[in-house]
Design a protein around this ligand. Structure first.
Ligand SMILES: Cc1cc2nc3c(=O)[nH]c(=O)nc-3n(C[C@H](O)[C@H](O)[C@H](O)COP(=O)(O)OP(=O)(O)OC[C@H]3O[C@@H](n4cnc5c(N)ncnc54)[C@H](O)[C@@H]3O)c2cc1C
Length: 510
């Protein structure tokens, strides 16, 4: 019997989001226990419509890319682990059912998620294969009117808790990967060990043994060769780091300012110290950069479409957003002094903020690997362009062209000189910063989508200066790798023209 339509599904978007934002105080990271969220807690969020933007209208949802982004951003400001929680269920699980599920599967899944406090997870990683998914050992076979899946997976978010899974498995003979929905109550997905993670404790992790059968119509329609569909699935979650970073860093920016304004030192406060103000500003500028990445995700991408062609942007987003989160979490903890090293400190959230942010550079593809992908994509397009100057190519490469005028005073001429593997990783990191400058440049030309996301015009130039400074440092690191790992230095290797990059006319807005 189908359920009545949820009245939240028909609210105006602003009203829906304002209601959600105004009702999640109890989930604040300073208050919510750092343990897997209770079903009662999840029920409250489901009643606020947390999943509705990811559920198609035909199944009683709100079907909105923009709201999916906003719910994650808003949640991450309150509580980063809960932003991650929301992302996994909506962007990784529900999005793939909506895009590739059979009608009967959609009906079953969406009816469950629209009305009940249920959880969906994604099972890709195995003890023997994380970065190299192609080596996965979990297999699927035809088994009469079903598929049988056997193997071991680990580090899945919601290992013990998820009611639904999307499982990736390999055919033992054909080089083919399949993606299968599985309802946990059908049996065969068993958590044999619970992992004690350092952070993100509102989600549980563990080691899982799989020996299960799924009906034929639970197989998702994914037809790319090799791991092409896994890459597309991960594009969406990598993009979502912009939403998490934007919410999280806005919170850290506010918290760090409050901290230094209230902490008494001598006759004044920490805020009177120049270096402290500089660090607070660095956190602020990292927020401004992630806010720009987020605006790109919300306004220029769409979770309901195939994201393969946005691979470059999604990789750059994940690398940059996660590295800025980690850097700022450390700075914020430093500003909180000894109390920042204390879980449950009365005046700051620094201990958990750092533990939660730490893993973002590791999961969802480790950043070092993603940097490599990013660099290879760039080098391939550069070679295809027939151009000789990487800088000239940057000025024509869709995702980076907006950054061009900010780069003309950095010597990037050797970027494409067939770098060694270690340099390829650093090149990827440089490209992520260039992408960030482009996103900032674009954001500076457009009005903020809402008052919550507005930043001062003057902040754009400062945030661009921070990223330029990082590029200069990375260009120097490019040289350093050769000395440390013993490879031959390239003749005339990268060297910035100027040793200091200032935010004067060189980073002026177009
Ligand atoms: C908190 C958390 C949540 C997770 N959630 C999920 C989930 O929900 N579902 C799921 O399926 N998986 C999940 N994972 C697994 C996660 O995606 C993997 O841990 C990650 O992809 C890295 O794989 P690995 O652990 O096997 O590391 P490895 O592949 O062993 O890599 C270890 C390190 O080696 C280096 N390295 C590896 N390859 C390269 C390269 N090409 N270039 C340079 N350096 C390299 C990097 O420094 C890397 O960090 C989660 C992990 C954690 C910690």
């Amino acid at each position: 019997m189908s359920m009545p339509r949820n009245p939240l599904a028909d609210l105006d978007s602003t009203e829906f989001l304002d209601n959600f934002r105004g009702s999640i105080d109890a989930f604040d990271s300073a208050r919510l226990p750092h343990e897997p969220l209770s079903r009662e807690g999840l029920r409250k969020l489901v009643e606020l419509g947390i999943y509705l933007p990811a559920i198609p209208r035909a199944y009683g949802g709100r079907e909105s890319h923009r709201e999916m982004c906003e719910i994650i951003e808003i949640m991450s400001e309150r509580n980063l682990p809960m932003g991650m929680y929301t992302m996994i269920v909506t962007v990784l699980f529900l999005r793939n059912v909506a895009r590739s599920g059979d009608e009967a599967l959609k009906e079953e899944v969406f009816d469950d998620f629209a009305h009940h406090p249920v959880i969906g997870g994604l099972a890709f990683t195995e003890p023997g294969s994380g970065s190299n998914l192609a080596r996965m050992q979990t297999t699927y076979h035809d088994d009469g009117d079903a598929y049988r899946i056997t193997g071991t997976k680990h580090w899945q978010a919601f290992s013990e808790q998820a009611d639904w899974w999307i499982i990736c498995a390999k055919h033992p003979e054909r080089k083919e990967f399949g993606y299968f929905a599985h309802r946990r109550s059908d049996g065969g997905f068993v958590t044999t060990e619970v992992y004690d993670s350092l952070g993100l404790k509102n989600l549980g992790y563990g080691l899982n043994t799989l020996d299960l059968r799924v009906p034929r119509h639970y197989r998702l329609t994914k037809t790319r060769e090799g791991l092409g569909d896994a890459a597309e699935i991960l594009c969406a979650s990598r993009f979502s780091k912009a939403a998490m970073a934007s919410g999280f860093l806005r919170r850290l920016s506010t918290e760090s300012l409050r901290q230094v304004n209230t902490r008494k030192i001598g006759d004044g406060t920490l805020h009177d110290i120049g270096y402290v103000r500089y660090k607070v500003s660095r956190i602020r500028q990292n927020y401004v950069a992630c806010n720009a990445l987020y605006r790109h995700l919300m306004l220029a991408e769409d979770y309901s479409t195939d994201l393969e062609n946005s691979m470059f942007a999604s990789l750059a987003t994940k690398v940059l957003a996660s590295e800025l989160m980690l850097e700022s979490a450390l700075d914020y903890q430093q500003l909180c002094g000894g109390e920042g090293y204390r879980k449950g400190a009365p005046d700051n959230i620094a201990a958990h903020a750092l533990l939660d942010a730490r893993v973002y550079t590791v999961f969802d593809g480790t950043n070092d690997l993603l940097c490599q992908h990013l660099a290879h994509l760039f080098l391939r397009h550069f070679q295809e362009s027939g151009l000789r100057s990487p800088l000239e190519f940057l000025g024509r490469f869709g995702y980076l062209e907006d950054a061009f005028f900010h780069l003309t005073d950095i010597n990037l001429s050797h970027l494409a000189d067939a770098p060694s593997q270690d340099r390829i990783v650093i090149l990827g990191r440089i490209l992520s910063r260039i992408y960030g400058i482009g996103a900032l440049q674009k954001a500076s030309r457009t009005a903020a989508p809402s008052a919550r996301l507005a930043v001062d015009d003057a902040d754009y130039a400062k945030a661009i200066a921070v990223l330029k400074n990082e590029i200069v440092g990375l260009v120097n690191e490019y040289e350093l790798t050769a000395r440390l790992v013993g490879a031959q230095a390239l003749p005339g290797a990268l060297r910035p023209h100027g040793s200091v990059v200032t935010f004067d006319s060189k980073v002026g807005m177009r």
